[in-house]
Every structure is written in structure tokens, then in C-alpha cells.
Design a protein around this ligand. Sequence first.
Ligand code: NAD
Length: 107
Amino acid sequence: MRLLITGGAGFIGSNLVRLALAEGVDVTVLDDLSTGYREYLDGLDVRFSEASVLDAAAVADALVNVDSVIHLARSGAFRAASRTRSGRTPRTRPAPSYCSRRCAGPG
Ligand SMILES: NC(=O)c1ccc[n+]([C@@H]2O[C@H](COP(=O)([O-])OP(=O)(O)OC[C@H]3O[C@@H](n4cnc5c(N)ncnc54)[C@H](O)[C@@H]3O)[C@@H](O)[C@H]2O)c1
């Protein structure tokens, strides 16, 4: 199995890369290193593409022979950009109703 992890050089992504490799999964990482670190992947047997998920050609290339994608890339500017003039970050919108029906755990 081959897995593409966007944002794989980030905090969560790099830990996920390690878990996937330990399970024998072939891993491709697509990360623009805007907030991540190439060093997080040092010594790991991954195919690494330093590019943005906004780069359609790079994404198409990274998807070759990939079975599944885990999308963790996010811009560190997101939180800052979502702040209101008062400096507060708006509350997260409630989960859509389909989630409360389909995503709830057992019971
Ligand atoms: N860390 C948390 O506590 C937490 C909690 C809930 C959800 N999340 C979600 O998990 C995901 C990863 O979080 P994290 O804490 O590992 O963040 P992180 O900043 O450490 O990792 C994000 C990675 O995405 C990369 N990236 C950013 N923009 C990119 C782009 N345009 N193209 C390619 N790569 C890009 C960055 O270089 C970085 O390596 C995010 O979607 C975040 O919203 C994180």
C-alpha cells in the first residue's frame, strides 16, 4: 500500500509517517515546509516532495500509484487570518447534522 501524507513534515504528519512506515506502508510526503521541518523525516524511507498542495502538477505527481491520502497540510496563517478585529478567534461552527448522525460513536 502507498500512502500520500500532505503536511507530513509537520507535528502530527511526521508522527503519522513513522506509524505508517512501522506498518510496512510506502509513504509519500507532500509538504511545502512553511511550518514543518524536513529534519522531522531524517532517516525515514519516504518519498518527499517539497511543494504546496496548491500546486496541481506537484499534487498530480505525488498521487501516482497512491492508494490513499491523508491530508494534514494547513497553513499556520489560518488562525491569524480567522481572527476578528477584536483579536478573538471566532468559535468553531457546530458540526454539520450529518456528522452527529454518522460520526457518533456506538450507543
Ligand atoms: N496539533 C493539534 O493539536 C491539532 C489538533 C486538531 C487538528 N489538527 C490538524 O492536524 C493537521 C496538522 O496539524 P499539525 O499540528 O501537525 O500542524 P503543523 O503546522 O505542524 O503541520 C502542518 C504541515 O503542513 C505543511 N503545509 C502548510 N501549508 C501547506 C501547503 N499549502 N502545502 C503543503 N504543505 C503545507 C506545513 O509545512 C507543515 O509541515 C492540521 O490540519 C490541523 O488543523 C491539529
